[in-house]
Ligand binder design. Sequence first.
Ligand SMILES: Nc1ncnc2c1ncn2[C@@H]1O[C@H](COP(=O)(O)OP(=O)(O)OP(=O)(O)O)[C@@H](O)[C@H]1O
Length: 281
Amino acid sequence: MNPAARKPVEQLRESMRRDRQWRFMYSTLDLELDVSQGVILYLEGLHVSFDGFKAINDLNFYVNAGELRCVIGPNGAGKTTMMDIITGKTRPDGGTASFGRSIDLLQLSEPEIAALGIGRKFQKPTVFESHTVFQNLELAMAGDKRVFPTLFARLTGEQRDRIHEVLTTIGLQELLDQDAGALSHGQKQWLEIGMLLMQDPQLLLVDEPVAGMTHQEMDRTAELLLSLEGRHSVVVVEHDMDFVRSIAKRVTVLHQGAVLAEGSMDEVQNDPRVIEVYLGE
Ligand SMILES: Nc1ncnc2c1ncn2[C@@H]1O[C@H](COP(=O)(O)OP(=O)(O)OP(=O)(O)O)[C@@H](O)[C@H]1O
């Protein structure tokens, strides 16, 4: 390994050590995801105020198991705050949030929620630039408590197959030996989605995936997200309406911290309230 890569590797080992603890905590919680009603996420009557300003104001939002949902809305509508509540980063002042029917997300810490199978992809890609595409996926797999920290161990055939499966899903199989730092912006975004997939999340939250992408990269991202539908539940927050139109089945419009409208792209696009507060801008 080149000496420059050694320091990040130490940091990675440390984070993997921490991650194994999270997994342990999760296993001791003995929580089981109940999607028997077909719903994987329930947010009900949520309220969040920041210095008296109601960022989330009686929000009710449900995601079905296996669905790909798009969330749109003007700046400040509460989209990021909603994601922050789901992942445990922000605690609401009131209301409930549950993963499946029975897991109360508001009782869990951020790492516990991640370990339960809720993955989040932020707008800016954060891949390990001095490692190859393959190694990035390998490191992401190390979050799995069944896998020994992988940079220092041989992969089993099954683990290799899993990495190749994800490489195919994200379309980077030809670039597996390339340093992640040399990838284009779009390729880095796909790699980061792949890193989340290595943890096999039940629910993926994806924040503005196509910001800064070329049209070609946007098309590829649409294919990638559509290919996840069914196997994972995916919530995509995005401002680019052409992109949303290309992937949307059901769209939720947030406004002033609550759901203003929900339905097919056609339905929300033609809703006068949505046109007034958002699309007519
Ligand atoms: N930590 C905070 N402290 C104070 N105000 C906050 C905080 N986080 C969010 N807000 C405010 O809450 C409102 C909702 O913000 P949020 O980021 O959730 O909106 P958004 O829909 O994600 O917007 P955008 O599309 O611009 O990302 C905004 O008015 C924002 O300024």
